[in-house]
Every structure is written in C-alpha cells, then in structure tokens.
Write a protein that binds this ligand. Structure first.
Ligand SMILES: Cc1cc2nc3c(=O)[nH]c(=O)nc-3n(C[C@H](O)[C@H](O)[C@H](O)COP(=O)(O)O)c2cc1C
Length: 165
C-alpha cells in the first residue's frame, strides 16, 4: 500500500500539517508533493491524501482544481482554516471540498484544524472595523494550530482506513 500526500499552502500551515501526516505515515513511504509544483504524471499510489487551506469559504483553488481531476482514486482530505473546525462554516468548507470529488473516488477520511491567519489579513480586517473579542479569541487559538495533537489525530484517522484496505 503506497500513499502520496499532496498539499496546497499560502502561509505554510497546511504544509506543516501535511509534513506531520507524512511523517506519521512513514510505513506507507509517502511522497510529499506541493500542488503548485506538480509536474508530469501523478505518482502511483493506492491513496492520495490531499491538503487544502480555506479560502473564502472553500478549499483553495489549487486544491479544488486537483481534486476535480481525480477519478477512481481513494482520497483522504485534510485542511486548515482560521475558523473553528466545527460549526456551519467549517462544515460548508468540508462539503465544498468533498463535492469536488467525482463519485468514482472513495473518501478515506476528512480532517480540519485551525491554522494561524495571515497577520497582514488580520491587520487589514482590524483597520476595517473593530475586532470582536470572540474573533480575537479565535485568532489566538488558531495561532496554536496545527499542533502535534492535530497531526496525530489526522494521521490516525487515515491510518485506520489504510489498515483495512
Ligand atoms: C485570502 C484568505 C482567505 C481566507 N478565507 C478563510 C475562510 O473563508 N475561512 C476560514 O476559516 N479561514 C480563512 N482563511 C484563513 C486560512 O484558511 C488559514 O489561515 C489557513 O491555515 C492558511 O493555510 P496556509 O498557511 O496553508 O496557507 C483565509 C486566509 C486568507 C489569507
């Protein structure tokens, strides 16, 4: 059983999560591939784990584009976002990412966790209007993810499915 881990990232959070998952799944000798650097044929693997970052309510464009090309593949999804990984916003993003997959693909798990939001974006938001205390708390918590617990949880989610293939 071989695994390939793909990721898209703007500020590095999703790369950190992808790297951690690849390290935890070392038994599957995973290739770790930046979707923006993808060239030539896709690596042969029994399962593709694909990481995205949340961009305006959806998976980012690179990840969406890649997911839409896959057919007949086992696919695990993971991603980072600024919002909490539960609640309607996160659920909407997860569903939108899953909707990119053709019916011929088999979903092997889906994991989301927070990641620090680009400080430039936070500054622009603060300049626009005062940041509510609850949003400040959310940003403070986001800045502590992805952490080791996130990595281990995501990896164990995928491991469990991979062990039963
Ligand atoms: C342009 C932009 C749009 C974003 N849109 C969302 C969003 O819709 N929902 C959300 O929860 N986080 C959003 N975020 C936060 C990022 O998804 C989050 O910081 C993520 O961890 C970034 O991952 P990366 O470091 O791999 O690029 C946005 C960030 C940026 C810069």
């Amino acid at each position: 059983m071989k695994v390939a881990v793909f990721y898209s990232t703007r500020t590095g959070n999703t790369r950190r999560l992808a790297q951690g998952i690849a390290d935890e799944l070392s038994a599957y000798a995973p290739a770790l591939i930046d979707l923006t650097q993808l060239q030539g044929p896709l690596p042969a693997a029994d399962c593709y784990l694909v990481g995205y970052w949340a961009d305006r309510g959806r998976a980012d464009e690179h990840a969406q584009h890649f997911l839409k090309q896959l057919t007949g593949q086992k696919v695990g999804l993971f991603g980072t976002l600024g919002a909490y990984p539960y609640g309607p916003h996160a659920r909407h993003i997860m569903q939108a990412a899953e909707d990119c997959l053709s019916d011929s693909c088999l979903l092997m798990g889906h994991f989301l966790c927070q990641g620090p939001v680009d400080p430039d974006l936070l500054r622009r938001m603060a300049a626009d209007k005062p940041v509510a205390p609850q949003a400040k708390t959310r940003h403070t918590i986001a800045a502590t993810h992805p952490n080791q617990t996130d990595i281990q949880y995501a990896a164990s989610l995928f491991k469990e499915r991979l062990q039963h293939q």
